[in-house]
Design a protein. Structure first.
Length: 211
Protein backbone atom coordinates (compact mmCIF):
# COMPACT_ATOMS: atom_id res chain seq x y z
CA UNK A 1 0.00 0.00 0.00
CA UNK A 2 2.83 2.39 0.84
CA UNK A 3 4.44 1.81 -2.57
CA UNK A 4 1.13 2.57 -4.29
CA UNK A 5 0.68 5.79 -2.31
CA UNK A 6 4.24 6.88 -3.05
CA UNK A 7 3.69 6.13 -6.74
CA UNK A 8 0.50 8.22 -6.79
CA UNK A 9 2.25 11.11 -5.03
CA UNK A 10 5.12 11.06 -7.52
CA UNK A 11 2.67 11.02 -10.43
CA UNK A 12 0.79 13.97 -8.96
CA UNK A 13 4.01 15.96 -8.55
CA UNK A 14 5.02 15.23 -12.15
CA UNK A 15 1.62 16.43 -13.40
CA UNK A 16 1.94 19.63 -11.37
CA UNK A 17 5.43 20.31 -12.74
CA UNK A 18 4.35 19.63 -16.33
CA UNK A 19 1.32 21.88 -15.89
CA UNK A 20 3.45 24.69 -14.47
CA UNK A 21 5.99 24.44 -17.30
CA UNK A 22 3.22 24.45 -19.90
CA UNK A 23 1.56 27.53 -18.40
CA UNK A 24 4.91 29.30 -18.08
CA UNK A 25 5.73 28.74 -21.72
CA UNK A 26 2.35 29.89 -22.98
CA UNK A 27 1.86 32.85 -20.64
CA UNK A 28 3.79 35.29 -22.87
CA UNK A 29 3.08 35.14 -26.60
CA UNK A 30 6.28 34.64 -28.61
CA UNK A 31 7.65 37.30 -30.88
CA UNK A 32 6.81 36.52 -34.48
CA UNK A 33 8.52 37.80 -37.60
CA UNK A 34 6.66 36.72 -40.72
CA UNK A 35 8.34 37.23 -44.07
CA UNK A 36 5.57 37.61 -46.58
CA UNK A 37 7.11 35.38 -49.31
CA UNK A 38 6.60 38.34 -51.63
CA UNK A 39 9.59 40.23 -52.91
CA UNK A 40 9.87 42.60 -55.82
CA UNK A 41 12.96 43.57 -57.75
CA UNK A 42 13.94 46.59 -59.78
CA UNK A 43 11.01 48.81 -60.74
CA UNK A 44 8.32 46.20 -60.12
CA UNK A 45 5.59 47.12 -57.58
CA UNK A 46 5.99 45.97 -53.97
CA UNK A 47 3.58 43.04 -53.54
CA UNK A 48 3.76 41.96 -57.19
CA UNK A 49 2.59 38.40 -57.78
CA UNK A 50 4.62 36.68 -60.46
CA UNK A 51 3.16 33.77 -62.39
CA UNK A 52 5.21 30.81 -63.47
CA UNK A 53 8.75 29.83 -62.45
CA UNK A 54 11.46 32.40 -61.68
CA UNK A 55 13.13 33.71 -64.81
CA UNK A 56 16.56 34.13 -63.25
CA UNK A 57 19.24 31.49 -62.90
CA UNK A 58 18.52 28.18 -61.18
CA UNK A 59 21.14 27.40 -58.57
CA UNK A 60 22.54 23.89 -58.63
CA UNK A 61 24.20 24.06 -55.23
CA UNK A 62 23.52 25.75 -51.91
CA UNK A 63 25.28 29.14 -51.60
CA UNK A 64 27.91 29.96 -49.03
CA UNK A 65 26.49 30.85 -45.63
CA UNK A 66 26.05 34.48 -44.68
CA UNK A 67 29.22 36.49 -44.13
CA UNK A 68 28.97 37.48 -40.46
CA UNK A 69 32.37 39.14 -40.16
CA UNK A 70 32.11 42.82 -41.14
CA UNK A 71 35.76 43.02 -42.17
CA UNK A 72 35.34 40.08 -44.57
CA UNK A 73 32.14 41.60 -45.91
CA UNK A 74 33.83 44.98 -46.50
CA UNK A 75 36.76 43.29 -48.26
CA UNK A 76 34.37 41.34 -50.51
CA UNK A 77 32.47 44.54 -51.34
CA UNK A 78 35.72 46.31 -52.25
CA UNK A 79 36.78 43.41 -54.51
CA UNK A 80 33.43 43.52 -56.31
CA UNK A 81 33.80 47.21 -57.10
CA UNK A 82 37.40 46.70 -58.24
CA UNK A 83 36.20 43.95 -60.59
CA UNK A 84 33.94 46.54 -62.25
CA UNK A 85 36.67 49.18 -62.30
CA UNK A 86 34.60 51.44 -60.05
CA UNK A 87 35.58 53.56 -57.07
CA UNK A 88 34.22 52.20 -53.79
CA UNK A 89 31.28 54.43 -52.78
CA UNK A 90 30.58 55.44 -49.21
CA UNK A 91 28.49 52.74 -47.56
CA UNK A 92 24.82 53.61 -47.87
CA UNK A 93 25.22 55.56 -51.12
CA UNK A 94 23.58 54.12 -54.21
CA UNK A 95 25.87 52.15 -56.49
CA UNK A 96 26.56 53.95 -59.77
CA UNK A 97 28.11 52.92 -63.04
CA UNK A 98 27.50 49.18 -62.62
CA UNK A 99 25.18 47.12 -64.83
CA UNK A 100 22.29 49.54 -65.43
CA UNK A 101 20.18 46.75 -66.96
CA UNK A 102 18.98 45.65 -63.47
CA UNK A 103 19.89 41.92 -63.51
CA UNK A 104 17.75 39.80 -61.21
CA UNK A 105 18.09 37.03 -58.65
CA UNK A 106 15.67 34.11 -58.59
CA UNK A 107 12.60 34.95 -56.50
CA UNK A 108 12.59 31.59 -54.72
CA UNK A 109 16.31 31.85 -54.01
CA UNK A 110 15.86 35.26 -52.35
CA UNK A 111 12.91 33.97 -50.29
CA UNK A 112 14.87 30.96 -49.05
CA UNK A 113 17.91 33.07 -48.25
CA UNK A 114 15.84 35.56 -46.26
CA UNK A 115 14.00 32.80 -44.39
CA UNK A 116 17.08 30.77 -43.49
CA UNK A 117 19.63 33.49 -42.73
CA UNK A 118 17.83 36.76 -42.04
CA UNK A 119 14.56 35.94 -40.25
CA UNK A 120 16.39 34.56 -37.14
CA UNK A 121 18.37 37.82 -36.94
CA UNK A 122 15.22 39.89 -37.46
CA UNK A 123 13.52 38.02 -34.64
CA UNK A 124 16.42 38.86 -32.30
CA UNK A 125 16.09 42.54 -33.27
CA UNK A 126 12.34 42.47 -32.66
CA UNK A 127 12.61 40.70 -29.31
CA UNK A 128 15.12 43.33 -28.15
CA UNK A 129 12.75 46.08 -29.30
CA UNK A 130 9.88 44.49 -27.35
CA UNK A 131 11.91 44.88 -24.17
CA UNK A 132 11.65 48.64 -24.71
CA UNK A 133 8.19 48.81 -26.29
CA UNK A 134 6.04 45.75 -25.46
CA UNK A 135 3.22 46.82 -27.80
CA UNK A 136 5.46 47.33 -30.83
CA UNK A 137 4.05 45.71 -33.99
CA UNK A 138 3.58 46.42 -37.67
CA UNK A 139 5.16 45.88 -41.06
CA UNK A 140 8.68 46.82 -42.08
CA UNK A 141 9.49 46.93 -45.78
CA UNK A 142 13.21 46.80 -46.45
CA UNK A 143 14.67 47.90 -49.76
CA UNK A 144 18.07 46.32 -50.27
CA UNK A 145 20.57 46.73 -53.06
CA UNK A 146 22.67 43.68 -53.89
CA UNK A 147 25.89 44.11 -55.84
CA UNK A 148 27.97 41.26 -57.19
CA UNK A 149 30.46 39.94 -59.69
CA UNK A 150 30.37 36.37 -60.99
CA UNK A 151 34.04 35.78 -60.21
CA UNK A 152 33.93 37.38 -56.74
CA UNK A 153 30.51 36.97 -55.09
CA UNK A 154 27.65 39.16 -53.94
CA UNK A 155 26.85 41.30 -50.88
CA UNK A 156 24.13 43.66 -49.70
CA UNK A 157 25.42 47.10 -50.66
CA UNK A 158 22.75 49.27 -49.04
CA UNK A 159 19.52 48.94 -47.03
CA UNK A 160 16.78 51.45 -46.36
CA UNK A 161 13.32 51.42 -44.79
CA UNK A 162 10.70 51.92 -47.50
CA UNK A 163 7.90 54.46 -47.12
CA UNK A 164 5.29 51.68 -47.17
CA UNK A 165 6.44 50.55 -43.72
CA UNK A 166 3.96 50.91 -40.86
CA UNK A 167 6.57 50.23 -38.17
CA UNK A 168 9.23 52.94 -37.90
CA UNK A 169 11.07 52.38 -34.62
CA UNK A 170 14.57 53.89 -35.09
CA UNK A 171 16.48 51.34 -32.98
CA UNK A 172 14.67 48.39 -34.53
CA UNK A 173 15.21 49.82 -38.01
CA UNK A 174 18.95 50.18 -37.41
CA UNK A 175 19.21 46.65 -36.01
CA UNK A 176 17.38 45.30 -39.06
CA UNK A 177 19.58 47.34 -41.39
CA UNK A 178 22.83 46.17 -39.79
CA UNK A 179 21.63 42.56 -39.81
CA UNK A 180 20.66 42.73 -43.48
CA UNK A 181 24.04 44.30 -44.33
CA UNK A 182 25.68 41.11 -43.05
CA UNK A 183 23.89 39.04 -45.69
CA UNK A 184 25.70 37.54 -48.67
CA UNK A 185 24.07 36.35 -51.87
CA UNK A 186 25.19 34.79 -55.10
CA UNK A 187 25.90 37.54 -57.65
CA UNK A 188 22.95 38.70 -59.77
CA UNK A 189 23.02 36.87 -63.10
CA UNK A 190 25.64 38.48 -65.38
CA UNK A 191 26.81 40.39 -62.29
CA UNK A 192 25.91 43.96 -61.45
CA UNK A 193 23.32 45.53 -59.18
CA UNK A 194 19.76 44.51 -58.34
CA UNK A 195 17.25 45.99 -55.91
CA UNK A 196 14.87 43.88 -53.80
CA UNK A 197 12.00 45.15 -51.66
CA UNK A 198 10.88 42.75 -48.95
CA UNK A 199 8.09 43.08 -46.32
CA UNK A 200 8.31 41.70 -42.78
CA UNK A 201 5.26 41.49 -40.50
CA UNK A 202 6.15 41.76 -36.81
CA UNK A 203 3.76 40.89 -34.01
CA UNK A 204 3.31 38.81 -30.86
CA UNK A 205 1.21 35.72 -31.46
CA UNK A 206 0.64 32.18 -30.23
CA UNK A 207 0.37 31.02 -33.82
CA UNK A 208 4.11 30.78 -34.41
CA UNK A 209 6.08 31.92 -37.43
CA UNK A 210 4.51 31.47 -40.83
CA UNK A 211 6.52 31.50 -44.02
Amino acid sequence: MRRVLIGLCVAAVVLLVVGFVFRSRTATPPAVVEHAERASQGDQPLFAQRKGPPTAQVLATAPERTVRDKKRRDELRARIYRAFGQALPVEGDAATGIAPNQPKLGKKYVQNRIRDDFVPLAKECYEAALERSPELSGTMVLELTIVGDQSVGGVVDSVRLAEESTLADPELSECMRQSMMSMSFVPPETGGVTTVRYPFVMNQSDAGTQG
